[in-house]
Design a protein around this ligand. Structure first.
Ligand SMILES: C[S@@+](CC[C@H](N)C(=O)[O-])C[C@H]1O[C@@H](n2cnc3c(N)ncnc32)[C@H](O)[C@@H]1O
Length: 225
């Protein structure tokens, strides 16, 4: 998969993706992340990418032209363009899985007071990573990149674990423990030390259901789904 990030801070993206799972995926050629400086598509001599808002108001708004030019320049056939925005549809596991199906993602990052509304016209969708406001779209782009990359074939060593993870099947993962069996009086549940794989399996399923009910409420009845 190719991911192109359009940002005024390409170094933020390059630094993050060089570590851990993402760094290994890139080194192994499973994923290609290219961070582009939006200012490369600015046409004035100050390389500016923002201007005052029409109608007045605080702060600066990012101009449409550099985003449109950037997309024209990096978008590949079939590429999917995402505008990171606090006003966008909220990202969830289903959205991440859908994004992972594209051969190329182009991620547009705003800054300042946000982007000129017309930038939405060059994007296939607007995505938010939560109901709060960040200073820029870069963290949103990195959230998308890391969540999507984990679903790509060959990126995680143990892909089987993906199907048990929180949200994959609409449930939260069961609690996990490692050594020591007791720490500061906190004990690992005895069933996990029992060696009884059937009992462990049942315990994990029950815990997962209990946790999902407690944090997400009861599962919707068939008629409500
Ligand atoms: C300071 S924010 C602009 C917020 C805008 N004035 C508003 O109230 O919706 C600057 C940029 O950060 C990014 N951003 C902020 N919050 C975000 C969120 N929750 N999800 C994704 N991107 C976000 C967007 O790219 C946005 O253009």
């Amino acid at each position: 998969m190719n991911i192109d990030v359009i940002t005024i801070f390409p170094g933020l993206v390059e630094g993050f993706v060089s570590w851990g799972v993402l760094g290994r995926a890139i080194a192994a050629g499973r994923l290609n992340v290219r961070a582009h400086d939006l200012r490369a598509w600015s046409t004035d001599r100050h390389r500016s990418v923002d201007d005052e808002p029409y109608g007045g108001g605080a702060g600066m708004v990012m101009s449409p032209a550099p985003f449109f030019e950037a997309v024209d320049s990096v978008r590949e056939p079939g590429g999917h363009v995402v505008l990171l925005s606090a006003k966008g549809r909220k990202l969830d596991h289903g959205g991440v899985a859908r994004l992972a199906g594209h051969a190329q993602l182009v991620l547009l990052c705003g800054r300042y007071e946000g982007v000129d509304e017309r930038v939405a016209a060059v994007a296939d969708e607007e995505l938010s990573i939560g109901d709060f406001v960040l200073a820029g779209g870069e963290l949103g782009a990195l959230v998308v990149i890391e969540a999507v990359a984990r679903l790509l074939p060959g990126v995680l060593g143990n892909e089987k674990s993906l199907s048990f993870e929180s949200h994959a099947a609409g449930t939260l993962e069961y609690p996990q423990y490692t050594r020591p069996a007791e720490y500061r009086g906190l004990r690992v549940p005895a069933v996990l030390l029992s060696g009884d794989h059937g009992a462990i399996e049942r315990w994990r399923r029950e815990q997962s259901e209990r946790l999902t009910r407690a944090r997400h409420g009861p599962a919707p009845r068939a008629a409500e789904r």
